[in-house]
Design a protein around this ligand. Structure first.
Ligand code: FAD
Length: 462
């Protein structure tokens, strides 16, 4: 018997925590996992999953319109926000149950409580006050929306958490932020018929994405009727006599609206976690500092997922958890691989992307070839919808390796997953060229762009 109550104690029942606990318990380790809210964490309860369900809900409006061009007559339609929320909540409860079941079946002890560190091997269960000990500890507490407390009137605003439970669908909303969460919610609300304004302090939405994707999406969103105010910020929010909100902006006057949503980044959930007591170091943003194996400065304490502020995505948190298991319990030191992570923005149209943007590739390589196609997808012909798809491959001219692939358009996220496999395997442009097209699809453009649209040499387009 060891001197500890548990071999492994996991704090946080989200993507990374559940995977670590489940795999360790399945190996026969004595594992406990503490969750202060609901198992499944941000992704399942108030992130990726409910968001994607909302995305689907918001697309029907366009489907009904498009149907006409294909000979269908769609009768009167109406939308019930309440019915959507109820259906979404049922699905989330089902998934939460699956997460709990997975943990139970593996033999992990489920603790429904907040947990805080009181020493390098000691954890206090806040609900009971009991202190337990563990040989190893995984911190997987995730992050939460930055409340932007310095904004006068911030307490009148909502975050993505609240957006999943609004009593009523607002008639209008102003969303502050230019990251993927802000952009996705702008499209969701607009699709559900809400008068939507996006306000972002940067020059263009979605910094770090490829310029063509950013501009292309910006144009498409504006064409749909979403108002986008770049290089501007909200300076104050106040309640009007009529019960609505007034958002004062720096450059665009006063915006009168039903709701203001702040999507201004996410902070690691480390406040009050007892990291000082355990001697765990954090950076100036409060994120736990880890080495390449997700180990903190305290050798028996690991941290993974959003709390480490590396790449804030569910599959990354899960991958880091699996690497932790390999390293600690399978005698196979494995560092998480953060290179070439395929990802999507579930905007409308979607962005699917993997690898370097044109801008980053041009900085890294002496010469790159850019293959770019912009076209009207086939479905838009009969529907009459004015929309364009953009596909782009970035190739390092020196060795012909495809170093970036970017798509704007329907199902771009699905395509990015497969491109991710190819790029990870080190695919060259010649491999794309000798791959037969699947016809008729939009994706076939990826293998039929034979000559470069342009080259970029030493940072200059030639
Ligand atoms: P989390 O999933 O956040 O889990 C942490 C858990 O710890 C939470 O359940 C929390 O309640 C609990 N906790 C915190 N402190 C304590 C404590 N002291 N004691 C006990 N429990 C505690 N990622 C994607 O890949 N694709 C997407 O489409 C996507 N969409 C998103 C949309 C939104 C609106 C948001 C907010 C996020 C989205 N993400 C998406 C990001 C994704 O949700 C996170 O990267 C992922 O959930 C991180 O997993 P994690 O295990 O690090 O933390």
């Amino acid at each position: 018997m060891t001197q500890f109550d548990y071999d492994l104690f996991v704090i946080g029942g989200g993507s990374g925590g559940v995977r670590s606990a489940r795999l360790a318990a399945a190996m026969g380790k004595r594992v406990a996992i503490a969750e202060e809210y609901r198992f499944g964490g941000t992704c399942v309860i108030r992130g990726c999953v409910p968001k994607k369900l909302f995305v689907y809900a918001s697309q029907f409006h366009e489907h009904f319109e498009d149907a006409r061009g294909y000979g269908w007559t769609v009768g009167d339609t109406s939308f019930s926000w309440k019915a959507l929320i109820e259906a979404k909540d049922r699905e989330i409860a089902r998934l939460e149950g699956l997460y709990r079941k997975g943990l139970e079946n593996a033999g992990a002890e489920i603790l429904e409580t907040r947990a805080e560190l009181v020493g390098p091997h000691n954890i206090r269960l806040v609900k009971s006050g009991k202190v337990v000990t563990a040989e190893r500890i995984v911190i997987a507490v995730g992050g939460s929306a930055n409340p932007h407390a310095s904004l006068p009137g911030y307490e009148l605003c909502i975050t993505s958490n609240d957006a999943f439970h609004l009593e009523e669908l607002p008639r209008s909303i102003v969303i502050a932020g230019g990251g993927y969460i802000a952009v996705e919610f702008a499209n969701i609300f607009h699709g559900l018929g809400v008068d939507t304004t996006l306000i972002y302090r940067g020059k263009e939405i979605l910094s770090r994405f490829d310029q063509d994707m950013r501009h292309g999406l910006h144009e498409a969103m504006e064409a749909k009727g979403i108002r986008i105010l770049c290089e501007d910020i909200i300076t104050k929010v106040s309640r009007t006599a009529a019960g609505g909100l007034l958002a004062e902006t720096k450059n665009n006057g006063h915006l009168s609206t039903d709701q203001v949503m702040l999507a201004l980044g996410r902070d690691p959930n480390t406040a009050g976690l007892g990291l000082e007591a355990a001697g765990v170091a954090v950076n100036d943003r409060g994120a736990v500092i880890v080495d390449e194996y997700s180990r903190t400065n305290v050798p028996n304490i690991y941290a993974l997922g959003d709390v480490t502020d590396r790449v804030q995505l569910t599959p990354v948190a899960i991958h880091e958890a699996m690497c932790f298991i390999e390293t600690e319990y399978k005698n196979n030191p494995t560092a998480p691989d953060h290179d070439l992570i395929a990802t999507a923005v579930f905007s409308q149209p979607e962005i699917g992307t993997v690898g370097l943007s044109e801008e980053d590739a041009a900085k890294r390589f002496e010469e790159i070839e850019v293959y770019r196609a912009q076209f009207r997808p086939m479905k838009a012909t009969l529907s009459g919808r004015q929309e364009k798809m953009i596909m782009k491959l970035i190739v390092n001219a020196a060795d012909r390796k495809v170093v970036g692939a970017h798509i704007l358009g329907h199902d771009a996220g699905e395509m990015a997953q497969l491109l991710g496999v190819s790029l990870k395997a080190g695919v060259t442009k010649d491999d794309f060229d000798r791959t037969m097209a699947v016809h008729p699809t939009a994706a076939e453009e990826l293998v039929t762009m034979y000559s470069p649209t342009y080259r970029v040499r030493n940072g200059e387009r030639v």
